[in-house]
Each structure stands twice: as C-alpha cells, then as structure tokens.
Design a protein around this ligand. Structure first.
Ligand SMILES: NC(=O)c1ccc[n+]([C@@H]2O[C@H](COP(=O)([O-])OP(=O)(O)OC[C@H]3O[C@@H](n4cnc5c(N)ncnc54)[C@H](O)[C@@H]3O)[C@@H](O)[C@H]2O)c1
Length: 264
C-alpha cells in the first residue's frame, strides 16, 4: 500500500460533534485537514479565496460520503469579509469549537529582489489573516469552553534552508509562532487552547513548483532524517490530535512535523 493511502484511509469519531472552521481548503494542508476532520466526525466548514479549489475539495469529500460546507470565496486579509464569514458559520451551526488557520500565501525572493509591497503582501497573507480569523472566532471559541486553535508556523520559523529565498515567509511564520503562544496564555482561563504545527516540506499546490527547481530537493532531503517528502495527511493527523479532547492539556506548544529537519 502506498504511504499516502495508509495515511488517508482511517475513519473514526475523534472529533465527533465538534464544529470546525478550516481555512485554505482549496489546496494542500487546509484541504488535507478539512477532509481528515470530516473523516473523524467533525462538522467542517471550509473557506478559501479560491472557490473552484474549495468546491473541488467539497466534491472529493462527497465521493467519500462526507460533507464539507463551503458557501463562497472569502479573502481572509479583509476584516469585514472575515467577520461576516465567522458570524455566518456560528449562525448556521450554532457554535464553533475548532479553528484551523491553514490559508496563506507568500512571495519568495532574496532580500535584494524583494520589494516592500511584496514584503507587506506576505505578512498580510501569512500573519494579518491569522490574526483576523482568530479575533473574529475568539468569542465563539471561548464560549465553547473547549476551543482549539491550530495555526501553522513552519520549520522556517526556526531555520533558514540553504537555497530558499524565504525572508518574508520566515518573518511571517516567526510571527505566527509567537502570536499563538500569546493566544494560548490569553485563552487558558477559558480552556481555549492554541497551538502551532511547524511543517517541514509538504507536497502541496504551493510547493510543487519549488520542488522542481534544481538543487532544492537535495537541500530538503539533506535535512530530512526520514528520507521522504511530507504529505498533507502527515500534518492533518497532528491537527486531529490537537483539535481533539485527548489534547486537553496541550496549549502554547509547537509540533514539528518535518521528518526531523529542525532537530538536525
Ligand atoms: N507546504 C509546506 O511545505 C509548508 C511548510 C511549512 C508551513 N506551511 C504552511 O502551511 C499552510 C498551508 O500551506 P500549503 O502548502 O497547503 O499552501 P497552499 O498554497 O497549497 O494552500 C493555501 C490555500 O490558502 C488559500 N489562500 C491564500 N491566501 C488566502 C486569503 N487571503 N484568503 C483566503 N484564502 C487564501 C489559497 O487559495 C490556497 O487554496 C500555510 O500557512 C503555509 O505557510 C506549509
């Protein structure tokens, strides 16, 4: 059996009855989390700027007999769109227990080529979007008395990868890591947990073109103790744990899911 199939097939009830908002369901890790959460019994509401991508995920879920709710494209860097979307989720489903912030985009350039507009675009898409969704969802997650926020930092929040022009991305992901620790502290009295996952290189829409670049894969594999690339399901299983009641003592933590890359 292929590694991907082994990671994907399991169905269960780890998240039964929980209402989860997952951003970035149109591709990669967000898509993988939305599908895995639905397989584990959560009521999943997905969002993305890319409506066809999101609809494709909804259709894939339906092929497995699962439901993922998606209504319309939302730009998560737009405060009013974010607030409206979160209000709608709570109006339709009555509560919110889990927030997975997987949507992001970044401009990858060396400092000498990266202009200020690209720097700002990256920080808006990687950091502001996470702040806006967390802020809009906060009162509802707090009210649930068992809320869980899962944000995405990165191996790049800890280390520079030789050959990768990731300046703005490193700043954005360092920001997400720190922001989430502060959220954990503010949420603690309300049993609202906030954690980050720091993926290594995962094959997604964002990384597929980069992996093709000469030398890049060699640099990644040199750091990976487990000599394979990651799949969205590798990350989604970690997110299932962090969202579940089994993780009720876990907050302010960062989970490296990176084949050992930052431990080396
Ligand atoms: N793939 C990796 O190797 C890797 C490694 C470390 C961290 N991460 C992080 O994991 C998360 C998911 O990454 P991915 O590789 O799956 O990305 P991806 O590009 O494959 O998917 C991201 C999705 O987010 C959506 N999106 C982007 N900006 C948006 C916005 N403003 N509003 C609404 N939707 C928006 C995109 O349309 C896309 O569908 C990101 O935070 C990324 O930084 C990924």
């Amino acid at each position: 059996m292929e590694q991907n199939d082994k990671l994907r097939i399991k169905k269960g009830d780890r998240l039964k009855g929980k209402i989860a908002l997952v951003t970035g369901i149109g591709s990669g890790i967000g898509k993988g989390c939305a599908l895995m959460f639905a397989r584990q019994g959560a009521i999943v509401v997905g969002t993305d700027l890319n409506a066809p991508g999101a609809q494709n995920t909804v259709a894939e879920a339906a092929e497995e007999g699962l439901t993922i709710h998606f209504s319309q494209a939302v730009d998560l860097t737009d405060e009013s769109q974010v607030n409206k979307m979160v209000d709608q989720v709570v109006a339709e489903h009555g509560a919110l227990h889990i927030l997975v912030n997987a949507a992001a985009t970044a401009v990858f350039k060396w400092i000498e080529e990266l202009d200020y507009a690209e720097w700002q675009l990256t920080l808006r898409a990687e950091l502001d979007s996470v702040f806006l969704v967390c802020k809009a969802a906060w009162p509802h997650l707090k009210a649930s008395e068992s809320g869980s926020i899962i944000n995405f930092a990165s191996a790049n929040a800890y280390m520079a990868l030789d050959g990768s022009p990731a300046l703005a991305h490193c700043a954005g992901k360092g920001g997400v890591l720190s922001l989430t620790r502060q959220l954990a502290m503010e949420g603690g009295p309300f049993k609202l947990r906030a954690n980050t996952i720091s993926p290594g290189l995962i094959v997604t829409g964002a990384t597929a073109p980069v992996i093709e670049q000469p030398g890049f894969l060699d640099a990644v594999m040199a750091k990976n103790m487990l000599k394979r690339l990651g799949q969205p399901e590798d990350i989604a299983w970690c997110a299932v744990y962090l969202a579940s009641d089994e993780a009720s003592f876990v907050t302010g933590a960062d989970f490296s899911v990176d084949a050992g890359a930052i431990a080396w």
